[in-house]
Structure formats: C-alpha cells, structure tokens
Design a protein around this ligand. Structure first.
Ligand SMILES: Cc1ncc(COP(=O)(O)O)c(C=O)c1O
Length: 406
C-alpha cells in the first residue's frame, strides 16, 4: 500500500498555494483531482497517438480505435458488466440519464404512469424525467427521506404500485454523502419487473461497483468524479434493453446504411455514440481506473472512513455548527450549516485560508426544501486528503464562529 506522501505526490495540484496558503481541496464531490498518470496519458495520446477512430485504415487511426475499445473493456471490467457492448460512452452522468429517459423512457411511459425518484436526487436525475413525463403524460413521484438523510424504506414500499413503470435513484447522495441500500431496493423493484436506473456519479470514486450484483438495468457515472477527465462518462445498460432502444442522437458511426428512403442503425454501443466521441477522454478514463485499481478499494475505503470519522467528530464539537445528513452509511462528505454565517460567507472565509469547499443547494433544491435549509456548506473528501487538513478546516470554522459572534 502506498503511503500518504506518495499518494499526494501523484496529484500535482495538491502542492498548489491558494491565497498564500497551501491548498486544502475539499470539493471532491464537485470534481476530483487528477493523478499524474492520467494527465501524462492524455498528454501522450494527444502528442503521439491522436487520430479519429473507426474510419481510418492508417496506423494511427487503427491504434486510436484499439485504445478506445480497450477503454470500453476496462470500464466493463471495472463495474463487472457482462459484456463490453453494455458500455456506452457519453459526456457524463447527465447525458446518460437524458439518453435513458429519452430513448428508453419515451417508449415505455404513458399517461398516468409513475417514475419513482427520491427526495435526495441531484437535478440531473429529476429534470430529464420531468421533461419526459411532460411529453408522455407520466408523473415523477419522489420517495421520502428521513431527517437523518436516509431513504424512508416504508415510503419506498408504499410508493410502488401498478402504475410504477420506472425507478431512478442515486447510489450515493452528493449533498449528504448517504450510501443508499441500492441492492435491496433494486431487488424489490425487480421483483415487480420495474426497470431501475442507478445514478452512480458519487459512488464510483469511493467504492467498488458491481452492476450484476446490484441487479440494476442502467448505471451512470462521470469520469471527472473518478479522477479522470471531464466531458467523459458512462452509461451501462443491460444488453437486452439497449438492443431494443431507439437511437438518442443521429449522425456518423451509429448507422448501418443511410439512404433518403430510410436509415438502419448499428447495434449498441455504436447506435448510441453518434459522431466523433471523446477519444482522449476514454483513454484518460482507462488510466484513472487503472490508478484506483492499483490503490485498491479496501485501502481507499479504509482511508476515507477514518477521514470521515475524524471530521465528523471534529465538526460535531463546534457548538454553532449543525451537520446535515447523518446516515449510518456515508462516504466522506460533510454538509453543514452554521448558526449566524450564511454558507456562502463560510465558503468565502474558508477560501481565504486556502480551503476549497462548496456552498449552495448542490443541484438538489428539493432536498434542501425537505431539510428546511436554503443551502449548506459541503466539505467532500477523497483518499488523498489528510487529517491535518481536517484540523485546518476545524480551526477555520472556529474562526468563522468567532467573527460571526456564535
Ligand atoms: C449524484 C449526482 N448525479 C449526477 C450528477 C451530474 O454529473 P455531471 O454533471 O458530471 O453530468 C452529479 C454531479 O454533481 C451528481 O453528484
């Protein structure tokens, strides 16, 4: 196992100074930092290997095609998909959900049908369903959460009925850090033949994901939250569903034959990858996956759970601070409010001390409403964070408390 210093030395940005202070990066739920291996791999691809894929018979194009296909195989193994053809490369989790809502949802849904989500969804897993509901006459039904920020499983069971045609919910909450009992929920939904999409945007950077064990029909995530490049993401879909879904976008590479009389389409995954994809993004994502695989999930989870426990203990001891989200199973995300200081003021003061956190509604306005807050400050950690960075956060928050007279 690599030691803390080695891990940190592999992320060049962590050496940076911000506002004259060493950077403390606690905004990992927004995006993760990139290891040198990923940066170098993308740089090398662009300087030595760049070509468009699939269409060329020349050396560079064939090699770029091979690299792109290998990235797909790597992702399939990473989440234990049954085959590479179940992996569609997209721009990110948002695009993946829009693809499923439009291609799968549009054919599936009808007037009066219900799409189950939860009160803790990111807007990316609410708005695409609302848009398709508006077109089809279906309704989006939220499952309640508890005050601790866990899914209310009684409400979950009560909301399933004969009108439920689709369920889409978050694996790990971006605003609260809650790890949902996805496997058990999926099992219940599948026993009623309800298709399930799991939003794994916040899960993939913290824990191993096994889509076959989870039993979901679709799983989505973004590469940039997994130490890879942005503008790159993954839609996993069960092959028997993908093969029946119509294209989401039309263009080059997704067709068999085009004529003005009509066009036929390729099988998945190509059917859903119209146009030139993010080739360097795929190559970079593969490198990011290699990086976390080498570090090992057991090691990552061990580091992160001790960071979470330490930070929870420290922040709980500040009298004016209230932690929002106290689920039993969490990734290292701490959302909080302070008695007198607005979350934006807290984040601005922390920034002056070199500490990067996020403040706002975290693209989860219905969740904020449910919890009775307009915004929170969120410190989200990753395996490259350190205990003394939490001490710096604690000190800085005590300073905020003091100047706001709490
Ligand atoms: C839970 C969750 N779902 C979906 C998304 C959307 O991801 P992206 O903006 O990378 O498409 C995010 C981003 O923060 C998220 O946290």
């Amino acid at each position: 196992m690599k030691d803390e210093e080695t891990i940190r030395s592999e992320f060049p940005i962590l050496d940076k100074e911000v506002n004259g202070k060493s950077l403390v990066y606690f905004d990992n739920a927004a995006t993760t930092q990139k290891p040198k291996a990923v940066i170098n791999r993308i740089s090398n691809f662009l300087s030595e290997e760049n070509a468009n894929i699939h269409r060329g018979v020349h050396h560079l194009s064939m090699n770029a095609t091979k690299a792109y296909d290998e990235a797909r195989s790597c992702v399939a193994k990473f989440i234990n998909a049954e085959s590479d053809n179940e992996i569609i490369f997209v721009r990110g989790a948002t695009e993946a959900i829009n693809l499923v809502a439009n291609s799968f949802g549009k054919n599936l849904l009808d007037t009066g049908d219900e799409i189950l989500v939860t009160e803790m969804e990111h807007h990316a897993n609410i708005v695409p369903w609302q848009l398709i509901a508006n077109k089809t006459g279906a309704k989006v039904i939220p499952i309640a959460i508890t005050d601790d920020g866990e899914i209310d499983l009684k409400d979950f069971e009560a909301k399933i009925n004969e009108r439920t045609k689709m369920a889409a919910f978050v694996h790990v909450s971006n605003a609260l850090g809650t790890v949902n009992p996805a496997k058990e929920m999926i099992h219940k939904l599948k026993s009623k033949n309800i298709p399930v999409l799991l939003d794994g945007a916040q899960a993939v950077g913290h824990q191993a994901v096994n889509v076959q064990e989870l039993g979901c029909d679709f799983y989505v995530f973004s590469s940039h939250k997994l130490f890879g490049p942005d503008g790159m993401g993954v839609l996993y879909g069960k092959h028997n569903l993908l093969s029946k879904m119509p294209p989401y976008q039309g263009g080059g590479d997704m067709i068999e034959v085009v004529s003005f009389e009509g066009t036929t389409f390729r099988e998945p995954p190509e059917r859903f990858e119209a146009g030139t994809p993010n080739i360097s993004g795929a190559v970079g994502l593969k490198e990011a996956i290699n990086y976390v695989n080498e570090l090992g999930w057991e090691n990552i989870e061990k580091i992160e759970s001790s960071l979470l426990n330490y930070a929870t203990e420290k922040l709980s001891s500040i009298p004016s601070l209230k932690i929002i989200g106290k689920a039993k199973r969490k990734v290292p995300v701490l959302s909080f409010t302070m008695e007198s200081a607005h979350p934006h003021d807290v984040a601005t003061i922390l920034d002056s001390k070199g500490i990067a956190v996020r403040a706002g509604h975290h693209c989860a306005q219905p969740l904020m409403k449910r919890l009775g807050v307009s915004a929170t400050t969120r410190a989200s950690m990753s395996f490259y964070n350190k205990v003394d960075e939490i001490d710096q956060l604690d000190e800085a928050l005590k300073y905020v408390s003091k100047i706001f007279g709490d």
